[in-house]
Write a protein that binds this ligand. Structure first.
Ligand code: 3HC
Length: 291
């Protein structure tokens, strides 16, 4: 009995996909830094964006971030630091056509704009070209992973893989399972997160998963305090840094996450559940984003 259950465990884990080759779709801040972390942990990565200018900017961003990492890793060893930056940078391939790039990959990670229709169309298209074993994952902060999975014919090979800004420093990855995600897919993505040097946590497909489910209402409530004229932004920032030990105050964090991202998230949740008081639109957020 004992040996049977241990061998069946081994068989189950043997079936997991060992992700070594990744395609990251989207050359914005998140896609770029996911690609950086993957290359730095010995994965083969192709970063894809339709626009060449964006890919040039992505490379510049990776270079700057790698220089910060190298400064810590190679104290007083300028040559070593330069070598590390050049070698890591040269290992990242960049391409403009996603479909031609997914023929031979273990995992596709999507990190494009938070738009359900565009993301669904992307996955639907990639599904036609990807090989059978390829896993699909989305780094979405606000879209329902289940809806994205339903745009493909590989619902069991689909999950959320949510990273945090700045990706090279933030240890957390949320692995989001939908009701259709297979244990093989889920287990493979947990393993990958660890291989990327991250700490994975499991989440169901609820709005904001774990971190944003708690963080977004907190950040928006800080904006509401300011909108009501109850206190200054500076005092709110100071209170949360000195009183709660947070590295950034909520307004600093909002700027860091970017106001348009926050608006995408809040609008999406409000559309899903318009009566929830935590998801009500914020007039000053809307005004700032419009400006
Ligand atoms: N890449 C590599 N290294 C970086 C970096 C990057 N992108 N950004 C900063 N660093 C390094 C710096 O070089 C510095 O190194 P040093 O200690 O050798 O000098 C070190 O990190 C600290 O940076 P700073 O001195 O500039 O500033 P801080 O000490 O304030 O740290 C921070 C910066 C790590 C960003 C810290 O302020 C922090 O943890 N802030 C909270 C971030 C947060 O809340 N992230 C989650 C956002 S929500 C999200 O992403 C989800 C999405 O779905 C919306």
């Amino acid at each position: 009995m004992c040996s049977m259950s241990s061998s069946s465990t081994t068989m189950a884990s043997a079936k997991k996909i060992l992700v070594k080759h990744m395609k990251v779709i989207g050359g914005g801040l998140m896609g770029t830094s996911i690609a950086q972390v993957a290359v730095a942990t010995d994965h083969t990565v192709v970063l894809v964006n339709q626009t060449e200018d964006i890919l040039v900017k992505s490379r510049k961003g990776i270079e700057e971030s790698l220089q910060k990492v190298a400064k810590k890793k190679f104290v007083e060893n300028l040559k070593g630091a330069d070598k590390f930056v050049t070698k890591t940078l040269s290992s990242i391939l960049t391409r403009m056509d996603a479909a031609s790039m997914v023929h031979s990959t273990d995992l596709v990670v999507e990190a494009i704009v938070e738009n359900l229709q565009m993301t669904n169309e992307l996955f639907k298209r990639l599904g036609k070209f990807a090989v059978e074993h390829t896993l699909f994952a989305s780094n979405t902060s606000s879209l329902q992973v289940t809806s994205l999975a339903n745009s493909t014919t590989r619902q069991d090979q689909f999950a959320g893989l949510h990273f945090f800004n700045p990706v090279p420093l933030m240890k957390l990855v949320e692995v989001i399972e939908t009701p259709m995600t297979s244990q093989k897919t889920f287990g493979s993505l947990l393993d990958l997160s660890k291989a990327l040097g991250k700490h994975p946590v499991a989440s169901k497909d609820i709005p904001g998963f774990i971190m944003n489910h708690l963080l977004v209402p907190y950040l928006i409530e800080a904006v509401r305090l300011y909108e009501r004229g109850d206190m200054s932004k500076e005092d709110v920032n100071t209170a949360m840094k000195l009183g709660a030990g947070y590295p950034m105050g909520p307004f600093e964090c909002l700027d860091y996450v970017r106001l348009d991202t926050m608006k995408f998230i809040l609008d999406g949740w409000h559309e899903m559940d318009s009566k929830n008081p935590l998801f009500q639109p914020s007039p000053s957020l809307n005004k700032l984003v419009a400006e």
